[in-house]
Ligand binder design. Structure first.
Ligand SMILES: [Fe+2]
Length: 228
């Protein structure tokens, strides 16, 4: 019986590459003006307050293997029980930020694209997107906390809770993704389709969809002058 390719290592390499390209975009906080700092928090909150729990829920619905469903279900329960959307909203509000219309507009294209991928109910792509969001969140939390601190915030519950949880979540969601990739591999092979080509394409689509959003949050182009 042919051996299933090591998709997880391939995915992890892509996530590392994405993390590096995102980190390059992060401007030193000391060099940024208040409107820029507020913009990052505003766009992050605009994307994640309303959508993150939904994306986890959508992934849970999309995945097929019981292992992945269980892990995503656990994640979703933590989101709900811990009231994470409210926690995020309180975190940015404490830094003097409320997401504005411009924040939603700035990330609209990227969020729409992600939502479209979820709507396709592709189990592999959905699982990958949530895994990548968790994997990149570790660096995000440090950056967001430093920005909030500079803006005078005293509420770091969101970044502390997520900085601690996300390493564990990343491992769980990578495992969920692995189950789905293996499952899809067998299915495609049974259908006479080249599984490697398809799964590599899924990985590329899902990782780049997340990357586009995260990069837009960090660097949307010129925004100075929009906030006081
Ligand atoms: Fe969360």
């Amino acid at each position: 019986m042919p051996v299933t390719p090591d998709y997880r290592t391939g995915l992890e390499k892509r996530i590392d590459k994405l993390s590096r390209s995102i980190n390059v975009l992060r401007t030193d906080i000391e060099e940024m003006e208040v409107p820029e700092l507020k913009g990052i928090l505003g766009r992050y909150a605009a994307a994640f307050t309303g959508f993150f729990s939904y994306w986890v829920a959508a992934s849970k619905e999309a995945v097929k293997t019981p292992h992945a469903k269980k892990l995503l279900g656990k994640n979703l329960l933590e989101e709900i029980e811990g009231n994470h959307p409210q926690m995020l909203f309180d975190f940015v509000r404490s830094a003097g930020v409320l997401p504005e219309a411009k924040d939603f507009q700035d990330i609209d294209k990227e969020v729409r694209h992600l939502n479209k991928v979820f709507a396709s109910l592709s189990p592999v792509k959905a699982a990958i997107i949530t895994a990548v969001l968790e994997a990149t969140a570790v660096d995000d939390m440090k950056y967001l906390a430093a920005i909030a601190k500079k803006l005078g915030s005293k509420n770091f519950t969101y970044t502390t809770v997520h900085g601690e949880l996300d390493l564990e979540h990343t491992e769980e969601l990578l495992q969920a993704t692995e189950s789905e990739m293996r499952n899809r591999h067998s299915k495609l092979r049974r259908g006479g389709i080249d599984p490697e080509k398809e799964i590599k394409r899924d990985i590329a689509t899902a990782v780049s969809a997340v990357g586009r959003l995260l990069k837009k949050i960090i660097k949307p182009g010129s925004e100075i002058g929009r906030r006081g």
